[in-house]
Design a protein around this ligand. Sequence first.
Ligand SMILES: Cc1cc2nc3c(=O)[nH]c(=O)nc-3n(C[C@H](O)[C@H](O)[C@H](O)COP(=O)(O)OP(=O)(O)OC[C@H]3O[C@@H](n4cnc5c(N)ncnc54)[C@H](O)[C@@H]3O)c2cc1C
Length: 430
Amino acid sequence: MNMQRRELLKGAGAAATLGTLGLAGCAMNTMGAPDKARVLVVGGGYGGATAAKYVRLLSDYKIDVVLVEPGDAFVSCPISNLVLGGSKLMADITTPYSGLSQAHGVRIVKDMVASIDATRHVAVLASGANIRYDKLVLAPGIELMWDNIAGLKDANAQGRILQAWKAGAETAALRRQLEAMPDGGLYAITIPEAPYRCPPGPYERACQVASYFKAAKPKSKVLILDANPDVTSKGPLFKKVWAEAYKGMVEYRGQHKATAVDVKTNSVKFEVQEDVKADVLNVLPSMRAGAIAVQSGLANSNARWCNVNYLNFESTAAKDIHVIGDSIQIAPAMPKSGHMANSHGKVVAAAIVAELSGWEINPAPMLTNTCYSFVDAKNVIHVASVHEYVAAEKTFKTVAGSGGVSAAPNEQEGGYAWNWARTIWADTLA
Ligand SMILES: Cc1cc2nc3c(=O)[nH]c(=O)nc-3n(C[C@H](O)[C@H](O)[C@H](O)COP(=O)(O)OP(=O)(O)OC[C@H]3O[C@@H](n4cnc5c(N)ncnc54)[C@H](O)[C@@H]3O)c2cc1C
């Protein structure tokens, strides 16, 4: 155990003791800013890492921020499809967490939160340590709903049928499966019904795999089996790319809801249609809020997503727990994206700093989103939107006339997409 962690856990234990004595609440100093308030952030992805940094920045470094994250480094899902396409490496999508600790004084604990006692304001880590909090930001991303597709969990455990829907070791493993596939083989991806993480992500992935096949295995095919009736994002643009750049290589079939997989035959079964056998199967099950949110009773929308008060992202099920990122029940037209999670992170940080400081919170927060999709190694299409809080309806709605979508794939947007990635990684982590 390193020195920083030992001290943190010592402090956390002391704080928990204070908590039981009823002294855990934060006192105000003469500036009206909180003194010794602690924000605990669960999950160091796009939402959590941003919230951690911005609570420190917006509180003028007065609020203590502890970030619990099991990963050694931040591995980005955005751009991870390019690792499958072969134009980028895992190192290109990996950023250390040291920026958050060194530049911003966020205390990082490499662990998992195992349970949350919302009444006592204490989180229990997998290692057994307790951490007291005044405010908790819960940003655990998604959990894959294995049970919705029979046999999938085992197939994943055997390393046979992968998802790679959380970037990391599986991304590299799926790339190896594609490399090992013979020319003339079939890659099939199944897509669950919306909402799921990153609406255009599976279609971008199909383009990336096709781009690799076109260069290295031109007799191979890509089959997209979508539970939705039609392409859920940038549909006309993706379809044009498949029909033109990947003519005869990519096939799209809507309304294909996967129900089971069979590792012996490497095939997938559907509610209605015939089974499909493929050389590389990439089966994406339905998704819900990260496991810790579900286990803590915070996924109170259909036992799947977490309802929040959109003004400050506070859970409707527990006071002082604010849920952000992919785990939340979305407002109309709000995508489950990294850019959106980063936007949530800033709104929640501002609201928490205001609440802990006794200030009025911003009554009209705004969110933005841009989602770039690489259709090959260089050409990109985007969709963008701006979302405003509408007080009368207590929700976010897109601002009329804001945002838009590309006219066609182009290299200039390829440059913009790279700048977006570098900028958001710096904004989230540096
Ligand atoms: C292939 C692909 C491509 C994508 N492309 C784009 C794109 O181009 N643009 C875009 O904006 N979005 C994109 N996305 C979507 C984006 O990755 C997600 O929307 C974003 O990661 C959500 O952020 P989050 O903070 O909610 O979750 P995450 O970024 O997944 O972070 C969750 C973190 O919580 C941690 N965690 C989970 N449980 C616990 C626990 N109990 N204790 C402690 N830590 C825990 C996890 O280790 C993880 O680090 C893409 C996604 C995929 C899969």
